[in-house]
Design a protein around this ligand. Structure first.
Ligand code: PLP
Length: 413
């Protein structure tokens, strides 16, 4: 077949107005979908969504406290389903606010030491909703380069000016805030967006210093506590840093990781907390136009808050210590492991291919690890991500981590 006869492989290849019809349109899109798949495969970037084989050692999920399988969580979910229904049925501002949701909000606020909470259908929706509600043009959002996709998307959709600063670089944040005020006046709105523990490297943001810097520049600080709510001593990193009452610190969280349920929340403190809650209830698009969190998830999350006590969190931290000792003490992983501040340990790999092969071999041997590779790693370095759980048996955990190191040694050459 000559080039002239070759079927179009991208939408751009379609001559304008030529071959208009459902079949041609479908073919053109199929060509494009196929070409995207070829690019992904060439970069070792193809993902799969296979279930975890039964009996695997789970070093990949974010079920940090092992609560998602707690029988009392299942009972709480079933009770909420019987009382309020299996689905919320509508947005919160229509009929979706079943009594379990305000009850969950009260529990969440109390647990995190904050005054108010607003629950969303996911952590992703909470981040998008909050950043979108911080205002359009005239607002500056300063995002850390390692911010989660939900924060990046929220910032993009907000129509605010967005600046991305180098990971953990407070000096750059300060320059951005200073310039914004110089250009737009001292009342110019700005918010700095960080994660308490970053999902890729497992490292922390300097919350106290960032909150102080924000206060000095009249800016808000948005802290995504996805990886710290119920996973650090005291249950919240913001609380542990004594920032619960700081009105300029807005917290987002997920109910889907350490709390073993599903959903997200914005947690608000200080005297303006009620006004912020009203503002979000009226303007956050993912709150207004999304069906409310399903009652069973809310019931389970309430139960999780009762279970996520210092004893369970202490077990998580002790297991994370064990994991760090094994990985930092093994000749293969010693130089590659990032010291996670919490339960997330990140192991640098030489290549995306090595990461994929290692994760595959480990999976076949009954060990699940996270496999992060470009484009979803902010610095372009492929990594295996290992998450520790409170209910990991120490001996099994140690053996699994040794297998991880041996596998990396063989596969990531
Ligand atoms: C830092 C961070 N924020 C937000 C989310 C989204 O939360 P959810 O899974 O509840 O939508 C995640 C993970 O999924 C995350 O890692």
């Amino acid at each position: 077949m000559s080039t002239a006869e070759a079927p179009p492989t991208t939408c751009q290849d379609m001559p304008e107005g030529a071959g208009a019809g459902p079949r041609d349109a479908a073919d053109a899109w199929q060509g494009w979908v196929g070409s995207r798949a070829r690019v992904r495969r060439a970069r070792d970037g193809e993902r799969t969504d296979r279930p975890l084989p039964p009996g695997s050692v789970d070093l990949a999920s974010n079920d940090y406290l092992g609560l998602s399988r707690d029988p009392s969580m299942a009972r709480a979910a079933a009770r909420a389903a019987r009382t309020h229904g299996t689905g919320a049925g509508a947005s919160r501002v229509v009929t979706g606010t079943h009594p379990v949701l305000p009850a969950l909000e009260q529990d969440l606020a109390r647990y995190a030491g904050r005054r108010e909470a607003l629950v969303f259908s996911s952590g992703y929706a909470a981040n998008q909703g909050l950043l979108g509600a911080l205002g359009g043009s005239g607002t500056l959002l300063v995002l850390d380069a390692h911010a989660h996709a939900s924060l990046i998307d929220g910032a993009r959709l907000s129509r605010a000016e967005v600046r991305t600063t180098a990971h953990g670089d407070l000096a750059e944040v300060e320059v951005a805030l200073r310039e914004h005020r110089r250009r737009n006046g001292v009342r110019a709105r700005a918010a700095v967006v960080v994660e308490s523990v970053y999902s890729v490297l497992g490292d922390t943001a300097p919350l106290t210093e960032t909150a102080r810097l924000c206060a000095e520049h009249g800016a808000l600080l948005v802290v995504d506590e996805a990886h710290t709510l119920a996973a650090v001593p005291g249950g919240s990193a913001v609380r542990a840093e004594g920032l619960s009452d700081a009105g300029h610190v807005l917290v987002t969280a997920t109910l889907s990781k350490a709390l073993g349920a599903q959903g997200g929340a914005v947690l608000l403190g200080g005297e303006g907390a009620g006004a912020w809650r009203d503002h979000l209830l009226n303007t956050a698009r993912t709150f207004l136009f999304d069906t409310a969190l399903a009652p069973p998830a809310a019931g389970a999350a309430r139960r999780a808050l009762a279970l996520a006590d210092e004893r369970r969190i202490g077990r998580l931290i002790a297991n994370a210590e064990v994991a760090h000792r094994v990985l930092a003490g093994h000749p293969v992983t010693a130089d590659r492991v990032e010291r996670g501040a919490g339960a997330v340990h990140s192991v640098r790999m030489r290549s995306p291919g090595g990461a994929v092969r290692s994760a595959e071999v480990l999976r076949a041997r009954g060990i699940a690890v996270g496999c992060f590779r470009p484009p979803s790693v902010p610095d372009g370095i492929a990594r295996l991500r290992i998450t520790i759980h409170a209910d990991h048996d120490r001996r099994r955990l140690t053996r699994a981590l040794e297998t991880v190191a041996e596998t990396i040694n063989r596969e990531d050459t």
